[in-house]
Design a protein around this ligand. Sequence first.
Ligand code: MRU
Length: 352
Amino acid sequence: MQWSPDGALRIVDQRRLPGEFVERDLRTVAEVAEAIRTLAVRGAPAIGVAAAMGLAAAVWHATRVGAGPALLADVAAVRAFVHGGAAELRAARPTAVNLGWALDRMRDVLDRDPGVGVTPLTAALRAEAEAIRAEDEAMCAAIGAAGRELLRDGMRVLTHCNAGALATAGIGTALAPVYAAVEAGLRIEVFADETRPLLQGSRLTAWELARAGVPVTVITDGMAGSVMAAGKIDLVLVGADRIAANGDSANKIGTYALAVLAKHHRIPFVVVAPSSSIDARAPTGAEIPIEERGADEVTHLAGARVAAAGATVFNPAFDVTPAALISHIVTEAGVLCAPFRFDHAPIALPPA
Ligand code: MRU
């Protein structure tokens, strides 16, 4: 994610990968919300960064082009625009706490200097969005350095969904230790779950790892158990959309099943996420809202119907892995071992 030359938010449209690499410039809150809802931009840290940069870009454009003199001249209108835009973006996806976390930071900019004018306020919003982007990039690098300690030469890592560079502003979360280890000369092989229904594993994780020269093998989700039983997996690394105070972690649907399988096969199951994914206000995973998405994502594949007409569909986008199944949680602060407690977290948390 970056700024376009005319101040828009530029994203890679992840719906088009791996077939096409298409960039899109977003200038309005509605465009950014639509991109988040439809997974053009996705992954917990990435949607937080996109929401912040997109909101700043929308303010920038609304105060410069097309929105008329009232917004340009009136700081109260800019403030109302930020509140309304943040509410619209926050509602785009419910599970990733990074989205609300980033938007809270943008809203807090409004309170810093109540007397500020339109132009400095617009600049301050852009600066805050840029800081959120830069911090996410730095958190990914720190996560990579910390998580790399769990990897040894020759290890085979299983991952689910995409928690790589495409899902963040940096080198990723779950894939960051892999990139750091490969950079240090270790040979690491990754097994990527296909990740039904939207195939983030086979489309995105496989795309970015292959592009980076990291050996990657795609398996369908149902193959994970037999691949583990065959002794082909040494470690599971997954991301998180929200981690509760007790360590229960929400991630892409299918993650919980992997954790159960990993426990059965005595394979370490590691959740890797920045502290912006920790929600100390959610005591357990039961308090994490789980997004349900449309039936067509399950009944159709690449536009073609693959499920019998007449069947009902249940399509939760995420599941919760209980902390008891998680051996380590890696954040930018380091590698934490179970049991986990994040209400007195050892890392900097956003204010409650
Ligand atoms: O629905 P998605 O593709 O946004 O789901 C993403 C995931 O589940 C990721 O594993 C999670 O957001 C962590 S991304 C660093």
